[in-house]
Every structure is written in C-alpha cells, then in structure tokens.
Design a protein around this ligand. Structure first.
Ligand SMILES: [Zn+2]
Length: 348
C-alpha cells in the first residue's frame, strides 16, 4: 500500500504539479521577456526608420511648379518641379554616375529649388523675373529637347529613364536643418576635403562645414595645371590691377600668399600692395578652384598654376558622392556626410 501511495504521489507530481509549475513558469517568463525585448528594440531604432516615421514637413509654398528665368532668351518658364529636377540632374551631373549619387543630386536640387523659391518669391535680385535661373548662377537646368540637342538621341534613350528614376524614387524628399529647409550648395570636386562656407562666401551656415571627401581620385578634374609665359601672366594681372607695380623681373616678390583657408584653399593674396580674394585670381585665370599653387621658372619664362578640385568646394562634392555610391553608401548617407547635422524629410 505504501508503494502504491508513493506511485500515486509520483503520478500526481508528473500529471498535475509539474505541468502547473511549468505552465506557471512559462506564463511568467514569456510575459516578461517579450516586453523587455520589444522595449530594447524600441530604444535603439535605426536612424533611417526614425526619420521615415516623421510627419511630412509642411511648406507654405506651392512647389508643384517652379519659375525659371532663361538668361539667354530673357524669358520665364513655368516648369513642373519633377521635370525641372530631372533637367537639373542631367545638366549638373554626368548621367553615368552611380544611382545613389544621382538620387543625392536630385534631393539637393529639389531642396535648392524650393529654398530659393521661398527666399526669392518675388524674384532674385540678379534676375528679378524669377527666383531661379537656368544658368550656373543658380543651378544649371536643361530641358529634354535641349539635352537631346547636346547629347543626341542615343543619350536620351540610354540615360533618361535612369535620371527619371533618381528623381521619382526620391519624390518630395528635401533636406532640413533644425526644422528649416537648407540651401544645399554643391560642386564638382573638392580636391579631398570640402570647404567651410564662411571661408568662401560671406555667410556662415552650420550645415556647410568642411568634411573629408575621400573617393574623388577618379575625378577628371581632380588636378589641373595651367601654364603660361611670365609675360602673359603679368599682362593679365596688370590689366585687372593697373596700379600694381609688377613686371617680369619682380613678379616672384610682388605676389604673396596672405592667407589660406583651413582646408588649404587660397583665401587672400597680395598683388603688390593690394590684397585680393583667392576667388578673384581664380576668375582672372579661369582656374578650376581656389585650391592652387603658383610656381615660376625664370629660365623657361614659364608660370605654372596647379589646381586641385573643381568648383567652390562648399557642400556636396559630386565626384565624392559618386565615389561614396560606388562604395555602397545610399543617397541619404551621402547627403548626411556632406551636409552636417541634417535630416532628409518628406514635404507636403
Ligand atoms: Zn540665378
């Protein structure tokens, strides 16, 4: 009987008590662990997901169409924004570039068009008929018929759908800093490091800071050399700065570097007693950038100006964007690299 008692007890343990303990334990554990798991996931979201969850930013401006002044014909075109962005992407960036670079360019072009249209709603001071122009003064824009004229029909067949995809897939995304739409400057090639905006233009903007631009080596205009005779160099200087006491024999003493920017571009230069901006010399000798050095060979009567990069060097480097795309970065990563502290948000 005793054995039977023990046997019944064991059976009871196995059939009632043990399952109860197991069920209770499992009831207890699953209730806690999933909630712990969920809260952990919620605490560490991916940045992109967080951004995607944000509500579209309302812009008090009808950006369905943009007003574009054509300086060649002195007329104004009203262009649907997507059509305009496609024309800017095609005019500003080689269509062979990586898709993510084209997308980054599309978002930058859209952001620029909207910010300028809001800022100069009644017309830009330099072209009062419209807030934007189709030249490089604002951002270059070419219509599809113009592109076909320049590149031919085969180019349109090969690349137009690619450009369309870059624009449509980033539809209504724009770049914001601290809740405000930004003015995203961009340029062809920085020469390895982009420039602080305050060293180039007379403004300071927190999102246009100097950053590295590591993937530019393939850029066609990464390095460029301009060579001329010392006589021609002096002649050009004298034409622009007639007061300068400069000639073939004293040129090496009369042109002095006063200041370089933090990234090595020429900021101030002295021509005899006059101090001028590096940009003035860039314009005078049609240099690719202000990142230049001048060397002189008296024996050969030669002046050599070597430039690095192409453009003003501020904001996104297009060649750098292409390099980043090829190295697996997406358009948001590209834009956030070149524009410090920004968010990419939809607009409505
Ligand atoms: Zn303009």
């Amino acid at each position: 009987m005793k054995k039977l008692g023990i046997y019944i007890f064991i059976v009871l343990v196995i059939t009632i008590i043990l399952p109860t303990v197991i069920v209770k334990t499992f009831n207890f554990v699953p209730r806690d662990i999933p909630s712990l798991g969920v809260s952990l996931v919620e605490e560490r979201p991916e940045e992109e997901e967080e951004e995607d969850k944000k509500d579209p930013v309302e812009i008090e401006y009808d950006f369905e169409k943009v007003k574009v002044y054509n300086p060649k014909t002195n007329t104004v075109d009203i262009v649907p924004i997507d059509e305009y962005i496609m024309g800017v992407v095609a005019a500003e960036m080689p269509a062979e570039f990586h898709m993510e670079a084209l997308k980054a360019q599309a978002v930058a072009a859209r952001t620029y068009a909207i910010s300028r249209s809001i800022k100069f709603e009644d017309g830009h001071p330099d072209h009062k008929l419209a807030p934007l122009c189709s030249g490089i003064h604002c951002q270059a824009y070419l219509s599809l018929p113009q592109l076909e004229d320049i590149h031919g029909e085969s180019w349109v067949e090969k690349y137009w759908s690619k450009i369309e995809e870059a624009v449509v897939s980033t539809n209504n995304l724009a770049i914001f800093y601290d809740g405000e739409i930004i003015e995203p400057l961009y340029h062809s090639t920085s020469g390895g490091r982009t420039e602080n905006v305050k060293d180039v233009f007379a403004i300071d903007l927190p999102y246009l800071k100097s950053v590295t631009s590591p993937y530019e080596e393939g850029a066609t205009r990464f390095k460029n050399t301009v060579t001329m005779s010392i006589d021609d160099f002096v002649k050009k200087i004298k034409a622009k700065y007639p007061m300068a006491n400069i000639d073939k024999n004293n040129v090496h003493e009369k042109i002095k570097l006063i200041e370089r920017t933090g990234t090595g571009r020429v900021k101030k230069i002295a021509i005899d007693t006059q101090v001028v901006d590096g940009r003035d010399l860039r314009d005078l000798f049609e240099l690719n950038s202000t990142n230049f050095t001048i060397s002189l060979d008296k024996k050969l009567n030669i002046i050599e100006i070597v430039t690095y990069g192409f453009g003003h060097g501020v904001g996104m480097s297009q060649w750098g964007a292409n390099g980043m795309g090829k190295n697996g970065k997406n358009f948001k990563e590209i834009l956030k690299h070149y524009y410090t502290g920004v968010e990419i948000l939809p607009i409505k």
